[in-house]
Design a protein around this ligand. Sequence first.
Ligand SMILES: Nc1nc2c(ncn2[C@@H]2O[C@H](COP(=O)(O)OP(=O)(O)OP(=O)(O)O)[C@@H](O)[C@H]2O)c(=O)[nH]1
Ligand SMILES: [Mg+2]
Length: 452
Amino acid sequence: MFNDTITAISTKLGNSAISIIRVSGKDSISLVNSIFRGKDLTKVDSHTINYGYIKDGKEDIDEVLVSIMKSPRTYTKEDIVEINCHGGVSPTLKIFELLQEKGARKAEPGEFTKRAFLNGRIDLTEAEAVMDMINSKTDRSRKEALSGIEGNLRKYITTFRNKLKYILANIEVNIDYPEYYDIEEITKEDIKKVIEELEIDLKELIKKSEERQIIKNGIKTVIIGRPNVGKSSILNTLLKEDKAIVTDIEGTTRDIVEGSIIFDGIELSLIDTAGIRETDNIVEKIGVEKSLSLIDDANLIIVVLNGNEKLTENDIYILDKVKDKNPIIVLNKNDLEQKIDLKDYKFKHIVSTNTKEINGIDSLKEEIKKMFKLNEIEEDDYTYLTNDRQLFYAKKALNNLNDAKTSFNNDEPIDIIEIDLKSVFENLGNITGENYSEELLDELFANFCVGK
Ligand SMILES: Nc1nc2c(ncn2[C@@H]2O[C@H](COP(=O)(O)OP(=O)(O)OP(=O)(O)O)[C@@H](O)[C@H]2O)c(=O)[nH]1
Ligand SMILES: [Mg+2]
């Protein structure tokens, strides 16, 4: 448990109906009580809401509701007080300052959640899920976050580690009592079987998790092509608004235009770019360079071609740039005669569209769904690794497991295998925060909101 008491404004500062100021730590109740006019808060029951005023000396500051939550059944496992005041900037800041004058320390970002972790109420995957919930914009990302908050990933990893613990215990017996040859024979087969099962499970988990990164992060999409093929028209059609300027003049779009849509429960963030061509115009040239630089950063590249014309040098230049990047090739303007010929290319995803008819780009939408297997994401299965940190350790664990299997197949001594299996155990423990470093915690919670 910590010695100091922390405070933060948990709501957004501005004009709103209510602000919530949070206090956590052993002095939180007495501290708030010293600036409260109403009941004696040190004597009220836990989990009660108390009406009164916050005062500065004799002067009332605001009319408030104060929630008292006593340790240990609280977010941080410490005593927590939440003051609901009116959501103006002045009352909120004044109360926040008063709390600090009385001895509370301004909380770091995510410090309440960090305490929940350090006090053993939640593990790291649950802490990360809290942040994911705060950042979630779609139904699917909300469900994913909730699954994490409910501890599903923690339970999965813990079960996994328990299986390993069982083998490790058996190996210890083998090392300590090698004379029981019979036991070793049985155990070796057992160990092999469990290692193989764990490997299959972990591989599957990693694969699933990588496919589902888009649920949280969305699909970063860039639309490229030479001028006048209809890139901005496609952006506007997807967004259902006239966000980018469309004209029949080549080089209409000079800078990038961004927008985002929720697409089948996934955020599709779209970037329309300047048409790529050889140009002497300095402004356009910068735009073209920017368009090209965005390719590397995207999850999805949509290359737009004009189906009504034969391939030009600029088209060929662009197709060459993306040929190893699995783009969707859009043959636009299919309301006109189709003259384009792609027989020299082997692209997997080619669709034909137009932006003049109501359903003219449905084929593009379908292709995106197919490419990212959006139809296959089961609605009720949200137990997987949700960020790079978790994936990093899972992959390390998988490597250790592979090493263990190889040693096993090579008939290496059992204590060599034991070392690899212990590493699997540790790396999985890093996911849940069984082992952690101060730096890791600092880095992780620095991305949190203040007051959470
Ligand atoms: N017939 C037909 N014309 C289209 C279609 N899509 C776009 N256009 C027209 O093509 C012209 C260029 O469209 P834009 O969307 O501005 O093209 P762009 O690729 O963004 O062009 P830049 O910004 O110059 O790179 C406009 O006159 C559009 O109305 C289509 O599907 N069919
Ligand atoms: Mg444009």
